[in-house]
Design a protein around this ligand. Structure first.
Ligand code: MLT
Length: 326
């Protein structure tokens, strides 16, 4: 009899907890939401996050606050969210680095495929090869020859092993069979400051962080990694036109910690879609050389599929290059 009673009590408790959970989800959100950006403020990821967060705040009726947690190529911030409470109030906005870190870091403190609840894809941003404005080469071909001839005398800025700028630099050095001196930063925001200041020679960075600098001639631009030239940078050749086989788009996704109530994930997915359809977001993305993904890509399924396929793709590339963080 006693056993039955305790089993009954346990099932009622479970029912009560799940009811409480769904009740919490019904009222969600009841307080501000934090979106962790795993790079410094003022960089490309931060730019995307703040545009999206602004509209999600209006849609959700609670502040969506961007928190910059830089370090270790984005893995520090991602790790922080992996172990955050799965109550829907701590999210991660991260990019292609979610798919390269599992190979680059052999002791990564989280698993991108099991420690997160994907919410949706956001955008895919092209990259541009840029340098300090008095850097000697004037064309992509000259830049490639200069790097081959000067190797480690050329300094290359990136945002840590696992960042998009590091990935692009790795692909560039692999393509040229040349090794530059790499200079790590907490994000490509501060890296760009040093490129403009002339303290470091070059970087491959996302158009969300280079477009206005290129248009203002604050940096020298050699090529863009998109298939076609960009409407807002019509004079910038593609890497392919310049004879460099380097095409890369930096995809971004929004994640919650694993175990987050599916009803909360659904609410966040809906809010993300509102943000990506917002005309201010769409026009600002266009000015920065990118565009929001479609509604059926801003889904947990699409992000899950992209993450899995990208992990496999970059595993092979990184293992071939033999570049590891630990
Ligand atoms: C940033 O936001 O600082 C960049 O995404 C860093 C990088 O990935 O290169």
């Amino acid at each position: 009899m006693k056993k039955t009673a305790s089993a009954f009590a346990a099932s009622m408790l479970a029912l009560g907890l799940s009811f409480a959970g769904s009740a919490l989800a019904q009222d969600y959100p009841t307080k501000p939401i934090t979106v962790v950006v795993p790079f410094s403020a003022g960089g490309p990821t931060d730019t995307v996050a703040r545009l999206v967060a602004e509209v999600m705040s209006q849609d959700l009726g609670q502040q969506v606050v961007v928190q910059n947690v830089g370090g270790a190529g984005g893995t520090l911030g991602a790790g922080q969210v992996a172990t955050a409470p799965n109550d829907g109030y701590t999210l991660l906005l991260h990019h292609i680095g979610m798919s390269t870190a599992p190979t680059l870091y052999r002791s990564l403190p989280y698993d991108p495929t099991t420690d997160f609840a994907p919410i949706g894809l956001i955008t895919a941003v092209p990259m541009t090869l840029v340098a300090r404005k008095d850097f000697e080469p004037n064309t992509l071909a000259e830049m490639m020859d200069y790097i081959k001839a000067n190797g480690e005398n050329v300094t290359y800025a990136h945002a840590g092993i696992g960042s998009a700028s590091q990935l692009c630099g790795m692909l560039l050095m692999d393509a040229l069979d040349a090794q530059m001196t790499t200079v790590p930063y907490q994000g490509s925001g501060p890296a760009m400051t040093d490129i403009i200041g002339g303290q470091v020679d070059m970087i491959c960075d996302q158009t969300t962080n280079t477009t206005s600098q290129i248009q203002a001639s604050e940096v020298k631009a050699y090529g863009v990694t998109s298939l076609n030239r960009l409407g807002n940078l019509p004079d910038l050749p593609t890497t392919k036109e310049g004879g460099l086989d380097l095409e890369i788009g930096v995809w971004h996704g929004l994640y919650a910690p694993a175990g987050t109530d599916p009803a909360i994930v659904e609410r966040l997915e809906a809010s993300l879609k509102v943000a990506l359809a917002n005309e201010t977001v769409v026009s600002r993305f266009a000015e920065l050389g990118t565009y929001p993904v479609t509604a059926d890509e801003a889904t947990p399924e699409a992000l899950t599929q992209t993450l899995a396929s990208q992990i496999e793709l970059w595993r092979a590339v990184i293992e071939a290059a033999g570049v590891y963080a630990d």
